[in-house]
Design a protein around this ligand. Structure first.
Ligand code: SF4
Length: 319
């Protein structure tokens, strides 16, 4: 596990957001200066509350959004210079909601084979063979080939999404909240399927989730995002055994809430998530942090090596 297959280098994404009639537009820094090195065959978890930038980061890793600054490299090639076919054969998505990500008017066979048809891979017979092969591997009976998404259960629909992602034989799969829309009883089945496929095909996963139980179950390393930045990157074992960053500690406490998989976890931070259009000065977490000092209110901490990972917090910096 030493080859870097995916790299984000100082990636930022700024959106222009309308303030309303006659008020002009303002910059929303959805992702700020994020760097990631992802090793082949590893599983990286990206966690944070809604609005922290994790989905925008996922969309950039998939080539669906262009970074405003920085670059994303897949096997050393700049994503923005790659063709759609080249990207699709290396990086594929699995989205949260199998209800909305599958075309209700298309059969399961047609949905799974779509990437092959779009990119002109094989003739009809070869495509059918590959679809049936991937259906079998993802636990979908071949009799569902001519069924429609509405005739499938939620778990089966997510298996279709997994099959569609794998049909191009990518090396990297970006899973954005892959089980959040599923019943708890089905979530474990899908996570176990993803784990089996990862081992069998040597896949690399980026798993985006606000559900830390999912990340703990799956990930080797975790990046914690807050207001568009990565504030903590640690080996998963270290993060869950002994979190360093105050925000990571607060997120871990949120796992104990009754419904951790529903929407934003209750972080018990005593203050709501700040407005990304008007982020606080200094450390962006300081209005919610019990350990904040005057330094935290004025100086933005940079990443510092701590244990096996890195955190952006003055508690661990030179100051
Ligand atoms: Fe809290 Fe200060 Fe660390 Fe920010 S830098 S997390 S405010 S202690």
């Amino acid at each position: 596990m030493s080859d870097i297959v995916l790299q984000a280098k100082n990636v930022s994404k700024v959106f222009q957001v309308s303030q309303g009639l006659f008020k002009g537009k303002r910059d929303l820094h959805a992702v700020r200066n994020v760097s990631l090195d992802v090793e082949a065959g590893s599983i990286i978890g990206i966690v944070g509350e809604s609005g922290c930038g994790k989905t925008t980061l996922a969309r950039m890793l998939l080539g669906l959004e262009k970074p405003t600054e920085g670059e994303i490299l897949v096997n050393g090639k700049n994503l923005s210079e790659m063709s759609q076919l080249d990207i699709a054969s290396r990086v594929q998505p699995i989205f949260q909601d199998p209800y909305s990500s599958l075309n209700p008017r298309k059969t399961i066979g047609s949905i799974i084979s779509l990437p092959l048809r779009v990119h002109g891979n094989g003739d009809a017979r070869e495509r059918r063979r590959r679809v049936e092969e991937v259906m079998e591997r993802t636990g979908l009976p071949s009799r569902l080939y001519r069924n429609y998404p509405s005739q499938l259960s939620g778990g089966q629909r997510q298996r279709v999404a997994v099959a569609r992602a794998l049909i191009m034989r990518p090396s990297i799969v970006v899973c954005d909240e892959p089980t959040s829309a599923l019943d708890v009883s089905i979530q474990a089945q899908i996570l176990n399927l993803l784990q089996e496929l990862q081992k069998e095909f040597g896949l690399t996963y980026i798993i985006i989730s606000h559900n830390l139980a999912v990340i703990e179950h799956m990930a080797h390393a975790v990046s914690v995002m807050y207001l568009g930045r990565v504030v903590d990157e640690s080996p998963a074992r270290d993060l869950f055994a002994d979190p360093k960053h105050p925000y990571s500690k607060a997120l871990l406490n949120s796992v104990l809430t009754p419904e951790p998989d529903k929407d934003v976890p209750e972080t018990n931070l005593g203050s709501t998530f700040p407005n990304p259009l008007d982020p606080p000065p200094g450390c962006p977490f300081h209005p919610r942090c019990d350990a904040a000092t005057d330094q935290c209110r004025t100086i933005d901490p940079s990443m510092t090596a701590v244990g096996g990972g890195r955190v952006a917090c003055h508690l661990f910096g030179e100051g």
